[in-house]
Each structure stands twice: as C-alpha cells, then as structure tokens.
Design a protein around this ligand. Structure first.
Ligand SMILES: C[S@@+](CC[C@H](N)C(=O)[O-])C[C@H]1O[C@@H](n2cnc3c(N)ncnc32)[C@H](O)[C@@H]1O
Length: 241
C-alpha cells in the first residue's frame, strides 16, 4: 500500500502551540520533509518540532525552497518550480515504498505555505495520492494575541496580504478593510511607514516580531522602524477602530 502525505501546521514558534494531532503525526511518520528558506541551516519548522518530538529515528529530508514573489496568475521563477518538482519526487519515492511522509510547515498551512505548491505538484505527477492537511496556529493569530488585539469583532472585515507588493495595492487594502494583516514586512518598512503616515494610520499599527518565540518583540511606534530591516518573522496588524 502506498504511503500518505501530511501537510502539518506547526504554529509560529512556541512548541506549546503545536497541536496534539501534529505531534501524533510527527511521531508516527517515518519521513519528514522539512522546508528551509536559506541554503544553509535546518529551517524553522524543523527546529520547532525537534523541541517536542524526538527525530533520531526519522529520515529527515531538509529541502531548500527559494523565497520569491509568486503571482496567482503567472508561472513562478524556474528555480522555485524546480524546488517543488524535486520535493515532489522525493515524496513520491517514499510514498511508493509505503512510507508516510509529513511536511511540517510554519504557522498554518493554508496561509502562504509552500506545502500547497508541493501538494499540487504531487497531484500533477500522481492524482491518486492521499494528502491530508492539518491546521496549525497561524502567526497572525499569535501576533494578535501578543499585541492584545482582536483581529475581527462585530462586522469587521479583515484582509491578509504580503507587504512586498507595491504601495498602490497596499493603500487600497488599508482604505478598504477594518483590519489589515501585513506579512513579509521585514524589508519594506521604509515605504510602509510613510504610507501609514499618509493614511493617518500609524497610531493604529503594531508590529510583532517573532511572535510566541523567545525573542518576541512588540513595537507600537513604527515610525522608529522606518530605517530598519526587521526579522523575517515580523507581522504588522493595522486596525482602524
Ligand atoms: C511565508 S509566510 C508563512 C505564514 C505561516 N504559514 C502562518 O500561518 O503564519 C511568512 C510570514 O509569516 C509571518 N510570520 C511567520 N512566523 C512569524 C512569527 N513567529 N511572528 C510574526 N510573524 C511571523 C511573517 O510576516 C513572515 O514574513
């Protein structure tokens, strides 16, 4: 019998935010395909799970996925697609030999996770593959909790967007929604802060860096950050009310 592929959200960093189901699947699956965003090092998802589940007897396939802009209506850069293909080949090989494979992914798999691209690539190769997706605590939830903010109340409308896209798009979102969650803000503070000033929203914004992790920091004065490059694990929440 062929193995199964599990895409498992492992939360934003605090191992106590792993679900019981995630822990059980990580314990049970003999193969872990773990993503990393830099060629060197092990990747955050792996370090989160290794704090909870012993990995000595696991086959750990640490796979590099380049981080580049992906537009829904366009093909990604060739090295991005190549990384998905290579990952899918590694997974198919293990599934065909009857082994279950788990893909631990930061936060929740439904929010900007490579897991879904790998999943689609797997289906393109073998539409019969059995895939299960296990939700996790997302970094926006952990960031809101750290900042002591609700994301939505009453008839609020919320949008989640990567801040790497141009300011025109961000302006439109900031003018339309009650809550705007901005991910991938780390390298764009120099243009995000002036935009918040222009829209008189600076006082409504909070940046949470490394939420739920040991080095978590909460910044409420974003003006002081406009010249800074933040950690990649930084999220800005803007609430109108
Ligand atoms: C590729 S997205 C992954 C989101 C993830 N799937 C989730 O559910 O949180 C990466 C972005 O998530 C946010 N992020 C991830 N972990 C974070 C953390 N611990 N604290 C704050 N933001 C985080 C940052 O905005 C980062 O640039």
């Amino acid at each position: 019998m062929k193995g199964r592929f599990y895409i498992v959200g492992v939360g934003p960093g605090d191992p106590e935010l792993l679900t019981l189901k995630a822990v059980r699947l990580l314990q049970r699956c003999p193969v872990w395909l773990t993503p990393k965003a830099k060629k060197a090092g092990a990747g955050t998802a792996l370090s989160i799970v290794q704090g909870v589940v012993p990995s000595g007897d696991k086959e750990i396939l640490t796979h590099y996925f380049p981080m580049k802009k992906i537009h829904a209506d366009r093909r990604p850069a060739p090295d991005v697609e190549e990384a998905w293909q290579k990952a899918a080949v590694l997974v198919i090989d293990r599934l065909n030999s009857g082994k279950d494979v788990v893909f631990p992914t930061l936060g929740d798999p439904s929010i900007y996770s490579t897991g879904f691209y790998v999943c689609q690539t797997l289906f393109d190769i073998d539409p019969e593959i059995h895939v299960e997706i296990v939700p996790g605590v997302s970094s926006m939830e952990a960031s809101a909790a750290a900042a002591g903010l609700p994301l939505c109340l009453g008839d609020d409308r919320m949008v989640v967007i990567p801040a790497i896209f141009e300011n025109g798009y961000l302006r439109e979102m900031l003018l339309t929604f009650d809550t705007v969650v901005l991910m991938k803000v780390h390298r764009v503070m120099d243009r995000l802060v002036p935009l918040l000033v222009e829209l008189d929203l600076l006082k409504n914004a909070v940046l949470v860096e490394r939420s739920s992790q040991e080095k978590q920091r909460i910044y409420r004065d974003l003006a002081a950050l406009s010249e800074k490059e933040m950690h990649y694990f930084s999220t800005v929440i803007v609430r109108r009310s």
